[in-house]
Design a protein around this ligand. Sequence first.
Ligand SMILES: [Zn+2]
Length: 150
Amino acid sequence: MTDRFEQKVSAPGVRKDIRTVGDFTRIYCNGHHRDRQREPFKSAASEFGVYGHRPLVLCAECAEHLRYAEKRRAYCPKDPKPFCSYCDTHCYKAEESEWQRQMMRYAGPRSALHGYAIAGIKHALDGRAARKAHEARTRPAGRAPSGPAE
Ligand SMILES: [Zn+2]
């Protein structure tokens, strides 16, 4: 499994996505868990230098969530990866998906203030494009290229 993970995280897109989630998790943890004991984050991805030279410092809970998220991203079978919110494959466990939603809602708007403006804005734009595509796909009228006709 580790070999496969190494192969996956060597893809630039995967590294970038995992790093963005890491940056967002840091913002979330800084905002919520400063009273907790926090340590430099260690994970499969951090061993491959995905998070750069500045170590993430996270509480144990956020660290667990981030380890989960980085695996899900690395093993995403879709290429190109769709925007998770609009993906038809729900690879996240419900509780992880809920955590991620809350974390992104907090960290997304703040990411611009923390020097991750480009990742944050790009994420917002990707989200808007994905929502449009999603609406176009799920609109009941007319063409449904796959699935049984109604
Ligand atoms: Zn935390």
